[in-house]
Design a protein around this ligand. Structure first.
Ligand code: FES
Length: 179
C-alpha cells in the first residue's frame, strides 16, 4: 500500500480515528511524523526521469498536458475580464473583450485541439485601470485598452507573428525588448 489517502485512512481506522472524531484534528497533527512525505515531483528532473511526475501526481496529468497543448503552445494570453470587482473596465466591456478573444482565436485556428495560443480569463491582473488589461507570455508584454479592435491587432501581430504592438504596451519584461 502506498502513502496516499487510502493508507492514511487505513492508519486512522487503526487508531480508531474518524474524520468527525472530536480528537481527530489534534491527533491528525501527529500523522505526518509517522508517514514520510513522498518526494516532491516538481523538483524531479523530468528530462532524466520522465516517470517521476506521474508516479506521485495524478497519472493522467501528462496526457492532459498534451491534449491542452501546454508543452507545444507558442504563447499564452491572460485577459482581465468578469472580475469579482471590475475596476480596470466595466464588466460588460471585459466580457465583450473575452468573448471576442475566444471567438477570434478559434476562427483563426490558434485555439482548439492543438492550440498554438492558450487564453485564460483573469479575475484581476492588479493593474486596475485603463483596461481591459492583458498580458502575453513568454514575452511578458502588458497591454492596456484591450477592446476587440485592439485585441484584433494583438492577435494578428503578436500572437500570430510574434510582433509586439507597441501602441498599447505599458510594461515589457526586459527579456524581450519592445520591437
Ligand atoms: S480589475 Fe482588471 S486588472 Fe484589476
Amino acid at each position: 500500500m502506498g502513502w496516499g489517502n487510502d493508507r492514511i485512512v487505513h492508519e486512522m481506522k487503526k487508531l480508531s480515528l474518524t474524520k468527525n472524531s472530536p480528537s481527530a484534528k489534534a491527533k491528525w497533527v501527529r500523522v505526518p511524523k509517522k508517514f514520510p512525505s513522498p518526494p516532491c515531483p516538481v523538483s524531479s528532473n523530468r528530462m532524466t526521469n520522465p516517470r517521476a511526475v506521474s508516479q506521485w501526481v495524478m497519472p493522467d496529468l501528462p496526457d492532459l498536458a498534451q491534449s491542452l497543448g501546454l508543452e507545444t503552445c507558442q504563447r499564452h494570453i491572460f485577459l482581465c475580464a468578469d472580475a469579482s470587482e471590475p475596476l480596470c473596465c466595466g464588466r460588460a466591456e471585459g466580457l465583450a473583450a473575452w468573448e471576442f478573444l475566444k471567438r477570434r482565436l478559434k476562427e483563426m485556428g490558434l485555439a482548439g485541439a492543438r492550440p498554438l495560443v492558450l487564453r485564460s480569463k483573469a479575475n484581476c491582473l492588479r493593474v486596475c485601470q485603463n483596461g481591459p488589461i492583458a498580458v502575453v507570455y513568454p514575452e511578458g508584454t502588458w497591454y492596456h485598452s484591450c477592446t476587440p479592435a485592439v485585441l484584433e491587432e494583438i492577435i494578428q501581430n503578436h500572437l500570430l507573428r510574434g510582433q509586439i504592438v507597441p501602441e498599447y504596451v505599458f510594461a515589457q519584461h526586459p527579456t524581450f525588448p519592445k520591437s
